[in-house]
Design a binder for this molecule. Structure first.
Ligand SMILES: [Zn+2]
Length: 168
């Protein structure tokens, strides 16, 4: 039977004890990803996975399927799938909710021309894309945009974050 959690998973120990993984995924994805990788490296069979491992399987899968609610600013027809970020790790990236597009070639072309043809990155509008940024400030900027596109602005409770993933 597939694992279907009824509520957020709050870590019981470690550096982030007391925090829900549904919020950590937004605040510190690289850390959560390394916790997940540690679980995966144990290579335990499905029926012997602990609850944390099952929950992270579930959460990462949901995060991969999450899609922006907003429409592409170029065609206004399809949902946003990509975000562009202009800059570098050294000097920081500039990005914004408007600098996004769907998967249509014409919309991507428009986005590139808005960026003066110099977009440094065009990345999927997904949480895992945060790994493209080395600096904490850029990671925060990216997640803020993503949360806006996902309709998760402002203060986010662990319950609201859980409900977001559950409903994907
Ligand atoms: Zn479009």
């Amino acid at each position: 039977m597939a694992y279907e959690p009824l509520g957020p998973y709050v870590l019981g120990s470690g550096k982030k004890a007391g925090q829900a993984v549904e919020l950590i995924i937004f605040h510190d994805y690289p850390w959560l990803k390394s916790l997940y990788n540690k679980q995966k490296r144990k290579k335990v069979p499905e029926e012997r996975k602990n609850r944390l491992h099952l929950h992270l399987d579930w959460l990462m899968n949901k995060a991969d399927k999450a899609k922006p609610l907003m429409l592409c600013p170029h065609c206004g027809q399809k949902k946003i799938e990509l975000i562009s970020a202009l800059g570098s790790d050294k000097y920081g990236f500039s990005m914004g909710t408007k600098f996004s597009c769907c998967l249509e070639a014409q919309c991507k072309q428009n986005l590139l021309s808005w960026a003066g043809g110099g977009a440094s990155l065009i990345i999927p509008a997904k949480i895992f894309s945060v790994s493209h940024f080395k600096k904490r400030a850029d990671q925060k900027k990216f997640i803020k945009i993503l949360r806006h596109l996902y309709g998760l602005e402002g203060k986010l409770s662990k319950e609201a974050a859980f409900a977001f993933f559950k409903n994907i």
